[in-house]
Write a protein that binds this ligand. Structure first.
Ligand code: SF4
Length: 382
């Protein structure tokens, strides 16, 4: 086995900013609301985590600030966060610096600080452009607010804007989803991500589901919504490049491609995961525990998984199949010392025969039909 899967240099970092104005009912992320008093401690803990992880600054090609709501930080706190990151993870020339923002509260002074710090990709949590669905999702912005933010972002010189959209919102019809998609396209973001709403255990939505107080859309309608996104968006100039992601040419998210190619990345902040060489680590999800551990000079890591060669290869299949172009067969073999087929020969053949997988241009990929069954196909490799 060649070793580039375990020795390739780290060129990407994810930083988790957990603060939000409130917790949306469906949210399963590492989030804290109503605790702005912790922001100073968070910034200090972040500095400790960075200093404990690196002995010297590491230039990176992609930096991704996710949350939570990174744009919830005041301009001053944001500035402090950026200064810490620039000190430890300077961005290489032409690098991608993404930041997740909520349309609500994305003021012009925040935009100015972001621009000054080199943020060059803004991922907006739009979720819907339909007033009732925004209400159901407990989002505080309006469709008009999104339009205003997009205009102001462009005025501030941001030329790479992405929208996150959610389908399968309770009471949502396929035609309403189409209206949201078309309204999104009309605003001409450069990239669109679409996610089916999930009801995760522990969230208020999950509790309401158990109590029969909220009703998911029918499975068939959800399938139709996904299919609609996969036909409408490419026709509108956003080819699909991953199961949930669509982009204008050259606007694919470079940072997320690091995950799908099973390349290494650092993860900083509460709940953040990282993948280095053969080890995956996840920080403690509790913001206060994460802060406290770092304050005491202890490790913020809660989980560590050591992956053997077999598991590295299987996980690479799982993430690699998310990309519409699929997995390059020869490169995979060279990197993992095993072919994709050899990992699960019978399943591989059966998925090909059923028309869920196909081999095209020296790649294996999910077919259009296979994308609806992605979880089932991926599970065949474990
Ligand atoms: S804004 Fe996003 S991260 Fe924050 S609570 Fe809502 S869904 Fe979760």
């Amino acid at each position: 086995m060649t070793t580039d899967s375990t020795t390739s240099p780290v060129r990407a970092v994810y930083v988790h900013v957990p603060f939000c104005i409130h917790r949306c009912g469906y949210c399963d992320f590492t989030v804290i609301a109503g605790r702005d008093d912790l922001i100073g401690d968070y910034l200090n803990a972040l500095e400790r985590e960075l200093a404990g992880k690196l002995t010297h600054p590491l230039p990176v090609d992609t930096l991704f600030l996710g949350g939570g709501t990174p744009s919830y930080l005041s301009p001053n706190d944001m500035q402090q966060l950026f200064e810490r990151l620039q000190r430890w993870f300077p961005l290489t020339a032409g690098g991608e610096f993404s930041m997740e923002c909520n349309p609500d509260g994305l003021t012009s002074d925040r935009m100015a600080v972001m621009k000054g710090a080199g943020v060059n990709r803004v991922s907006l949590g739009v979720q819907s452009l339909h007033p009732e669905h925004l209400l159901t999702l407990e989002r505080s912005h309006s469709a008009e607010g999104v339009e205003d933010v997009v205009t102001r972002l462009r005025d501030h010189g941001f030329t790479n804007i992405s929208f996150d959209l959610i389908f399968g919102v309770p009471q949502q019809s396929v035609s309403q989803w189409e209206t949201t998609l078309r309204a999104a396209v009309a605003l001409q973001p450069n990239h669109i991500s679409t996610y089916g709403l999930t009801f995760e255990k522990g969230t208020p939505f999950w509790t309401r589901l158990q109590r029969n107080q909220i009703h998911p859309v029918a499975e068939e309608a959800e399938r139709d919504m996904y299919e609609l996104a996969m036909s409408l968006l490419p026709e509108a100039g956003y080819p699909q490049y991953e199961l949930s992601n669509f982009a204008q040419p050259d606007y694919e998210c470079r940072h997320n491609q690091v995950y799908w190619r099973a390349e290494p990345f650092y993860g900083i902040g509460p709940g953040a995961a990282e993948f280095l060489q053969t080890t995956r680590r996840r920080n403690h999800r509790s913001v206060t525990v994460w802060i406290e551990r770092l304050k005491q000079g202890a490790s913020p890591v809660q989980e560590v998984d050591e992956l053997d060669a077999d598991l590295l290869a299987r996980e690479a299949v799982m993430v690699g199949l998310r990309q519409t172009r699929g997995i390059p067969l020869a490169q995979f073999h060279e990197r993992y010392g095993v072919t994709v087929r050899d990992l699960a020969p019978e399943s591989y053949e059966s998925c090909l025969a059923k028309g869920w997988l196909e081999e095209v241009d020296q790649h294996v990929r999910l077919t259009f039909a296979g994308r609806f069954l992605a979880d089932t196909v991926m599970a065949e490799f474990f």
